[in-house]
Design a protein around this ligand. Structure first.
Ligand code: ADP
Ligand code: ZN
Length: 289
């Protein structure tokens, strides 16, 4: 039985897992994201217990995904200073001379949903996470949509809700999508964490308005088969129906999308799309090397 490794490298924690060829998760641990030295020592010690065929890495970023770049495999201009210009893939290669897959955390989650979740049987899948930040990844026929770099869809511009006076929490753009709709924006606007706000708080209509704009922009730019909305903020069950309604109001029937219950959906893999995606990317990389 072949074993694969998965690293979901997030800004607050690293989730490492080992899985089999069926993408069943056999073991999973998590380490806080502190310094590269400290966190990576734990990651390396964890995987050294196993004989792996390949490892898939989905990382917070921005990251360098260009194979012919001298800094391929690096985390580049992240606001997390200790990780700026960190040679992630190079460090892993030193300890694990194996095929390594390398992409963004959201691309990995998109891949997980594509191979084993809400995107199964679909050609084109877009995944967003609405959590501490907002990130998006797009897949077209099994390949990530990218060019000079990977997309940064979470920072798209949105139209301000008429009743919203919040300045926005994005350190780069203030009132971009992430600045208006990520978890810290909910808290910055209301003084209360998203998970502690009442389900009927008027703030959710604002939240739905911004995420609906994200879905609107995505629909008109990519016309994917499905848009999967994950991340901590989407754990509010009332939010998805509100997003569908706001999306319809914005779109005004201009294009005919698939039925919204099948088009704007929650992750089918619940909390695991990133881990399953990294395992699947590892399996894929092992196959082609
Ligand atoms: P991360 O983005 O760090 O990987 P999450 O996707 O869990 O982690 O997102 C964390 C953010 O989501 C925090 O800002 C938190 O307040 C918010 N959040 C977590 N759970 C909920 C919930 N049930 N309802 C609304 N917001 C939530
Ligand atoms: Zn931004």
């Amino acid at each position: 039985m072949k074993l694969y490794g998965s690293i979901e490298a997030g800004g607050t924690k690293f989730v490492c897992a080992v899985g089999d060829e069926e993408l069943t998760i056999l073991e999973r641990v998590s380490f806080p994201t502190t310094t590269p030295e400290e966190t990576m020592a734990q990651v390396i010690a964890f995987f050294q217990q196993y004989e792996l065929a390949a490892i898939g890495i989905g990382s917070f970023g921005p990251i360098d995904v260009h194979r012919d770049s001298p800094t391929y495999g690096y985390i580049t201009s992240t606001p997390k200073l200790a990780w700026q210009n960190y040679d992630f893939v190079g460090t892993m290669k030193q300890h694990f001379p194996l095929p390594l897959a390398w992409t963004t955390d959201v691309n990995a989650a998109a891949y997980g949903e594509y191979v084993a979740g809400a995107g199964v049987g679909r050609t084109s899948v877009v995944y967003y996470t609405i959590g501490t930040g907002v990130g998006g990844g797009a897949l077209q026929e099994g390949r990530f949509v990218e060019g000079f770099s990977h997309p940064e869809m979470g920072h798209m511009l949105v139209r301000r809700h008429p009743e919203d006076t919040f300045a926005g929490s994005c350190p780069f753009h203030h009132d971009c999508l992430e600045g208006m709709a990520a978890g810290p924006a909910l808290e910055g606007r209301s003084g209360t964490k998203g998970q502690d706000l009442a389900a009927d708080d008027p703030i959710w209509a604002m939240e739905a308005y911004y995420i609906a704009q994200c879905c609107y922009n995505t629909t008109l730019m990519l016309a994917p088969d499905v848009i999967v909305l994950g991340g901590g903020v989407m754990k509010q069950p009332q939010l998805l129906p509100m997003i569908r309604t706001a999306f319809s109001e914005l779109l005004q029937g201009y294009v005919k999308t698939p039925p919204l219950e099948q088009y704007l959906v929650a992750p089918a893999l619940a909390d695991n799309p990133g881990t399953i995606g990294c395992l699947a990317l590892a399996r894929e990389t092992a196959l082609h090397s």
